[in-house]
Design a protein. Sequence first.
Length: 95
Amino acid sequence: MYVVRETLMAKPGMASKMAKAFKTMAEMVKGRYTIRVMTDVIGPFNTVMFDTEGESLDEFKKLEEELMGREDAREAMKGYTDMYLTGKREVFRLV
């Protein structure tokens, strides 16, 4: 089992909007994938993180391709690249 963690530093005033967009996208695949959307409580301001769990990295790639192919997902994420300053992706194996 793997966890893919995306961490984005949102522009001031954009963290809530970005988290809402990711939450909307997560709802689209609820029941088939486990996706958690998180925002900072203590730590660097304007941090938005989302974790995606999957049995394999191929499964994650399939999810990405599925969502990129959906008009409703593209609409939910429209303009998100203008909402953040920097970001990173990490991959962890659950033990």
